[in-house]
Design a binder for this molecule. Sequence first.
Ligand code: VTB
Length: 340
Amino acid sequence: MGSFKGEAVIEMDHRAVTAKFKSPHLDFLRVTERAALLSARWVGKGLKHEADDAACKGMRSALNELDINGTIVIGEGEMDEAPMLYIGEKVGSGDGPEVEIAVDPLEGTNLCANGMPNAIAVLAGCVKGEGKLLHAPDCYMDKIVVGPECKGAIDLSVPARVNITMMHKCLGKKVDELTIGILDRPRHEDLIREIRETGARVHLISDGDLSVALAALDPDSGVDGLMGIGGAPEGVISAAAALCYGGEMQAKFVWSFPEERERAQGMFGGDVDRILHTTDLASGHVQFCATGITGGDMLKGVRYRRDFALTESILMRSKTGTIRRIQTMHRNFKRQEDLD
Ligand code: VTB
């Protein structure tokens, strides 16, 4: 395994790191790694609540070791419905920059429980005043995510086939070489048919559109775009990734009940029915970090080798446009599992 900048840093004492970096960029790596390591113990066991609980515990304990005055802005739910990492929960030592954090400790609980691809531990964060993450309600959102080559060429308001035409031109690929990720849901029957009629390929996923949004941003993943309706919280975190990658995301809320729309109006001003662009969802200096739990389109999952656990993560920030892929060997990972 090569030597990675990130690995050198994570060997250092974390207080030294936060003293050096005003924002907790590289420290976020430990947070998603710990969530991934703990939830990975539940891969394939058919117990999604246990897996999610382990991810939350890992993420929360690692966040609380950071010298930040952190607030969860997108999390596991409201205070009364989630025992930890609920919206508004304070995390960190309280001693440090004010940081807003959107978390998905286990994106793809079913994927993890069933040992299927694309379960990840993920977060996006920003120092208050330097960056912004939309405090989106837990509802659905119609999404399109593409990588940097297609930036400026797609439009959520036009039919999918028009976006496919734009994408194949921008990417310099034949239409039948394009692959679009879509959640396998009855609500996407028409969309799937329309895409297949263009000749493009459909990569159906049972869950985890955030992982596939990440893959859509990466030119080498084999996935060229993500389309369809998925969770809004996952959408905001995907937008943070799109911003860091220089790609593009467009989205539109899909309301299941009128109360959801009213609630959204109370949460943020403006027209809640308009098409949101990347920077409406995530803007300024934001940071993104994800660690694979089960191997997927973008990241390898947690693997074990004798006394080690191996993880793969992606760590990015929009300020500098750095995209780091970090492989870590965790020699003492069993100690981390004892954390409570
Ligand atoms: C969406 C998607 C997520 O769950 O939230 C989905 O964004 C739930 O959609 O990635 P349904 O209600 O249609 O099942 C995930 O797939 C996993 O959290």
